[in-house]
Design a protein around this ligand. Structure first.
Ligand SMILES: *[C@@H]1O[C@H](CO)[C@@H](O)[C@H](O)[C@H]1NC(C)=O
Length: 473
């Protein structure tokens, strides 16, 4: 009885915590109104919505966002509303239609003009990004697009800030990224308060967002598939970005197919993005493809992944933009061998060659880097195990147990003698928030429970589960 009543209180107070925050509820209502989920008939004289109307709007938003359909403004739903998105209203009839069509151009040859340029990128790069955005659509339809530099174009592209140059003001950095009018109006606007980029996980990808907005300008509404280009939320930069089947079908319903494209579909799909973007100038790793150097559950409980000169964090909502390692851990080199964060001492250790770096939070401890003397150089992975509060170092098919605070004999043992089912030559390892141990090698990862036995169903794909890389096929 005592146990039951305790449980009840806990649940109630947890609910209260999400709902009693009036600012987030108000913001959610504003969001639902702004994006067309909550609408009053034009003749209505009341501005208020009944709880039932709100609940229904939340439900529709949840279906469109592929969240559990509860009608309750829970944390996941509020979080989804905070994601960057497109400023066009979402359709209501997503339950019945695969894609929503907003209208269409009566001609197939359209002109476009770029009226101003963002200072975030070179003018040539902006031109190239916009050109590739059009190409996604012209590849699969009979539509043809031609750029003009004077006069009135069918599709007019510009960048503007909060409250300038448009009847629909933007909202500053984040949230709404761009908006466009339906056919045959032809306006496409980008929020200048965003950081527009190409070929990087930093900022917002101009090519992908432009392709999305052009989708609207050509008559497509939002897709209910979160992997589609026409999904209402921006899913982040993808190096090998392609249209979703839903995008292709939608635009072809409006304009028909491209015969040339139908003949050699495969070739066109793979050449959809111009080559200059597939080889960015700086050696930026690809979290979807590359092996890891190291991974830690680091300071502030954040999960950090390391590759080359870059580090990024991983959350339930995806990966952060890639950051140079040096900007977080000053004095640390790139291309690390291994890293581990100790829950016991709150220290973070980095291994490379025969050297060891030790940091507290993001500050290098004095006297470091030091030379590794008691273990061989080129350690390949390291983890902290809560079971005995020791640090485990891995190289080849061997491991060492190291006590940070005591004097222990470091003795090489076979990995398979303690961690059954785990291969040698690992890339990275860590103990995660759930107390489980993860080992990474190539695209595979293995999970061990607290008793060090391998969980069922492993190995799984690191790209899919950790880096949240999606494939359109
Ligand atoms: C460690 O790695 C470096 C760089 O790859 C290599 O030159 C060196 O021979 C390696 N040392 C050992 C002992 O494996």
């Amino acid at each position: 009885m005592l146990f039951l009543s305790l449980l009840l209180t806990l649940t109630l107070s947890a609910n209260a915590a999400t709902l009693a925050d009036p600012s987030s509820e108000e913001e959610a209502l504003r969001y639902l109104k702004e994006f067309g989920y909550l609408q009053k008939p034009l003749e209505s004289d009341s501005e208020d919505f009944s709880p039932e109307e709100v609940q229904e709007a939340v439900r529709v938003f949840q279906v469109a966002s592929q969240l559990p359909e509860t009608g309750v403004l829970d944390t996941d739903t509020l979080e989804k509303m905070k994601q960057p998105r497109c400023g066009v209203e979402d359709p209501f009839n997503q339950k019945t239609h695969r894609y929503l069509l907003l209208g269409r151009w009566r001609k197939k040859n359209l002109t476009y003009r770029i009226h101003n340029y963002t200072p975030d990128m070179k003018a040539d790069e902006v031109k190239a990004a916009i050109q590739s955005a059009f190409k996604y659509w012209s590849d699969i339809t009979p539509l043809k697009f031609r750029e003009i530099t004077y006069g009135r174009a069918d599709i007019r592209i510009s960048f503007h800030r909060l409250g300038v140059g448009c009847s629909r003001p933007f909202d500053g950095p984040g949230k709404v990224l761009a908006h466009a009018d339906i056919p045959e109006l032809g306006t496409v606007h980008f929020d200048e308060d965003e950081q527009w980029t190409e070929g990087t996980y930093r900022g917002v990808n101009l090519r992908i967002i432009a392709a999305h907005e052009l989708g609207h300008a050509l008559g497509l509404g939002h897709s209910r598939y979160s992997n589609a280009l026409m999904a209402p939320q921006y899913a982040g930069y993808k190096p090998n970005f392609r249209l979703h089947d839903d995008d292709v079908k939608g635009i072809q319903v409006l304009y028909g197919k491209n015969d040339r494209y139908e003949e050699d579909k495969k070739e066109h799909i793979t050449t959809a993005a111009p080559a200059i973007f597939t080889t960015p100038s700086s050696p930026m790793p690809d979290p979807c493809k590359d092996d890891l150097d190291a991974m830690i559950l680091g300071p502030n409980g954040k999960t950090f992944a390391f590759k080359g000169n870059y580090v990024w964090t991983i959350t339930d909502y995806g990966i952060s933009p890639l950051t140079r390692i040096q900007t977080l851990w000053k004095g640390l080199p790139g291309n690390l061998d291994a890293a581990v964060h100790s829950k016991r001492t709150k220290r973070t250790y980095f291994f490379k060659g025969d050297k060891l770096w030790r940091y507290t939070d993001f500050k290098l401890n004095s006297g470091y880097p030091k030379i590794l003397t008691r273990v061989p150089p080129n350690i390949s992975a390291a983890l902290y195990w809560e079971g005995n509060q020791k640090i485990f170092l891995f190289k080849g098919d061997e491991y060492w147990q190291w006590d940070e605070l005591g004097w222990s004999i470091l003795q090489a043992k076979k990995i398979s003698s303690l961690f059954t089912g785990i291969p040698g030559k690992l890339d990275a390892a860590l103990t995660w928030k759930n107390g489980k141990i993860y080992f990474f090698k190539g695209d595979k990862y293995w999970r061990l429970n607290k008793q060090l036995s391998l969980d069922r169903g492993y190995p799984l794909s690191k790209a899919e589960r950790w880096m949240q890389c999606y494939h359109f096929d």
